[in-house]
Design a protein around this ligand. Structure first.
Ligand SMILES: NC(=O)c1ccc[n+]([C@@H]2O[C@H](COP(=O)([O-])OP(=O)(O)OC[C@H]3O[C@@H](n4cnc5c(N)ncnc54)[C@H](OP(=O)(O)O)[C@@H]3O)[C@@H](O)[C@H]2O)c1
Length: 248
């Protein structure tokens, strides 16, 4: 895909992987980032004055519609939607119902809102000459980490959804990418604290952003690296045989 001269929306673009992608993509594109915390968006804009920021909780229909209106009125369209926003919560089912009651927001943010974002922006994407949807799932979509049972399930759901969406949109111009990060240590995902100390495994958000950009440049529809690559390929060999049989 062509990754310059586009209008790009990056959800959760003020921190972590989203911010690393924003940094690179804002050089040659018009980039809009959104998130729930205005202070984080302003912090990002202070570092990258070229970017456009808009406070938006992607789980809110009202706020998604406001974002659509802002982008249509200000930029006249959208070429690339990067569905990057996500949250991760440890949940212990031995502690009873409250644990889940407090945590089902993960399903809303990591899965339901991603679908709503796609349907909200679909009319603009269908009008673009270089349209793409980029869904950020996870290596944990393939082999779950049981401390984060809902998180892993939402990412597995997003993986499945991305395959169906790519197939459904095959006769349109819209390309559907899925980015499956391995462990990225310098983000707020785990506990809201950014670690700058490199652990023995994983990589930094900037290193991973380079892999993503390279994958997009080469039309690699499923972009992964390291452990994630290995996990997804084990399952996929047989998976795609079946998928292709079922989806003629
Ligand atoms: N870090 C990893 O090891 C890793 C591995 C695999 C996959 N991933 C995935 O990569 C993506 C980015 O995560 P990250 O690691 O970069 O973590 P991060 O620094 O916590 O970034 C997540 C971003 O999502 C935004 N966000 C969360 N809920 C939102 C909502 N309802 N509406 C709008 N924005 C929202 C957050 O901003 P606000 O809080 O201000 O809304 C934040 O900027 C996520 O989808 C994550 O699941 C990460």
């Amino acid at each position: 895909m062509k990754i310059n001269n586009n209008v790009i929306l990056i959800t959760g673009g003020a921190t972590g992987i989203g911010f690393a992608l924003t940094k690179t993509l804002c050089e040659n594109n018009k980039v809009i980032i959104c998130g729930r915390r205005e202070d984080k968006l302003i912090e990002a804009k202070n570092i990258l004055p070229k970017i456009n920021i808009k406070k938006c909780d992607i789980t809110s229909k009202t706020e998604r519609d406001e974002l659509l209106k802002y982008i249509s009125n200000t930029f006249g369209g959208l070429d690339i939607l990067i569905n990057n926003a996500g949250v991760q919560k440890p949940i212990d089912f031995t502690l009873g119902n409250n644990e889940f009651e407090d945590s089902d927001i993960e399903i809303d943010i990591n899965f339901k809102a991603q679908i709503h974002m796609i349907s909200t922006f679909m009319p603009l994407l269908l009008k673009s000459t270089n349209p793409s949807i980029i869904n950020v799932s996870s290596g944990l979509a393939f082999v779950p980490l049981s401390n984060f049972p809902i998180y892993c399930a939402t990412k597995a759901a997003l993986h499945s959804f991305s395959i169906s969406l790519r197939h459904q949109l095959r006769n349109t111009n819209i390309k559907v990418f899925e980015v499956m990060p391995p462990y990225i240590y310098d983000t707020e995902l785990k506990d809201g604290k950014v670690s700058l100390e490199r652990p023995p495994f994983g990589m930094s958000s900037e290193e991973f952003a380079r892999i993503v950009i390279n994958g997009l440049n080469n039309d690699k529809y499923e972009i992964s690296q390291g452990g994630t690559n290995d996990l997804s390929s084990i399952i996929k060999e047989d998976f795609y045989k079946r998928f292709n049989m079922m989806n003629k």
